[in-house]
Design a protein around this ligand. Structure first.
Ligand SMILES: NC(=O)c1ccc[n+]([C@@H]2O[C@H](COP(=O)([O-])OP(=O)(O)OC[C@H]3O[C@@H](n4cnc5c(N)ncnc54)[C@H](O)[C@@H]3O)[C@@H](O)[C@H]2O)c1
Length: 295
């Protein structure tokens, strides 16, 4: 395996392209938005500079990594000759189904089609292709060049051969792949999101404030950041969407999103990306005023 296409050059796509390119793969980075591609290349360069400053990469490795990446705005052109596609486009089911229908038509029959989706069923994505055995989840974590885990998700029809290929490939990227089956939230979000939801419920019910909840989890459980701050980093809209997938997928009320989370997302408080969530990011990081009461 030598040639990889990455679809979507946002937060995850640029990290995935960076990682493959750093390990010597030829990467076609594809986005419908030319500005997003430009921004992705500059982000990758900045992140490579940081690695050079830290001494984990040489200046020559940096240049080689950048040379390994070619950008495309045309999907067909970018995927026609690759061995593997990793799709990291916007988390929207209709969009992903359309992309995978196109990928089935535009790639060689032997190409493995992976999705980096956080919550959409791999089995459903595979169902719109004629190669369910070659469709798989490759769930990288943010920031991709740093985080070790790849959650490898087997859909109902994914073959052993495809799974083995993707597990071995992940190891070649110096990652630790873990194989899980395709059920709502896989493992990472099935466990993480109820914890975040419970933290929001604790705030909503007035058990403790933002600082207290995050401090208990940081200092008491040795988490690098508290669940409320983590939710802000992930995006409160993303957390809400994943909780809805868990709630609908299992039909179990224990996954129902906290009404405070629903209200915050509806009011546009989405965390870091909107400038405010449980914390205010407009001038450093300060605790925002959040409680069940509006005043
Ligand atoms: N952000 C995270 O922490 C995280 C972690 C793990 C997995 N994921 C998953 O990774 C995927 C991408 O998330 P993100 O946070 O990078 O999103 P993002 O919004 O930062 O980037 C998405 C990119 O996809 C592009 N895009 C949209 N439609 C496209 C199309 N038809 N063809 C090509 N490009 C297209 C957009 O222009 C954008 O640049 C999602 O499935 C998400 O669930 C995200």
């Amino acid at each position: 395996m030598k040639n990889i296409a990455v679809i979507g050059s946002g937060t995850m796509g640029n990290g995935i392209a960076h990682t493959f390119a750093q390990f010597g793969y030829q990467v076609n980075l594809i986005d419908i938005n030319a500005d997003a591609l430009k921004k992705a290349l500059s982000t990758i360069e900045k992140n490579l500079d940081r690695q050079v400053t830290k001494g984990t990469l040489t200046e020559q490795d940096k240049t080689q990594t950048l040379n390994n990446i070619t950008t495309y705005t045309d999907l067909k052109e970018g995927v026609s000759k690759v061995d593997l596609v990793v799709e990291a486009a916007t988390e929207n089911i209709d969009l992903k189904l359309k992309i995978f229908r196109d990928l089935d038509a535009f790639t060689q029959p032997s190409t493995i089609l992976a999705s980096n989706t956080s919550s959409i069923s791999i089995t459903q994505i595979a169902s719109v292709t004629n190669r369910g055995d070659k469709v798989i989840g490759m769930h990288f974590m943010n920031p991709v060049p740093i985080m070790k885990l790849v959650e490898v998700i087997r859909g109902y029809a994914t073959s052993n051969e495809t799974t083995q290929t993707v597990m071995q490939l992940s190891e070649k990227l110096d990652k630790v792949p873990v194989e899980v089956n395709d059920y709502p939230g896989f493992i990472a979000n099935r466990i993480l999101m109820p914890m975040i939801n419970e933290a929001i419920y604790s705030l909503y019910e007035g058990v403790a404030g933002v600082y207290e909840i995050d401090t208990v989890m940081k200092l008491g459980m040795a988490h690098p950041m508290g669940p409320l701050q983590l939710a802000d980093f992930i995006g409160l809209d993303v957390c809400l969407a994943i909780l809805n997938v868990l709630h609908q997928g299992f039909g179990n009320p224990k996954y129902a999103p906290c009404p405070l989370l629903v209200n915050m997302v509806t009011a546009g408080k989405k965390g870091v990306k909107s400038g405010e969530g449980f914390y205010d990011y407009s001038n450093g990081i300060k605790e925002a005023k959040v409680s069940a009461k509006f005043s």
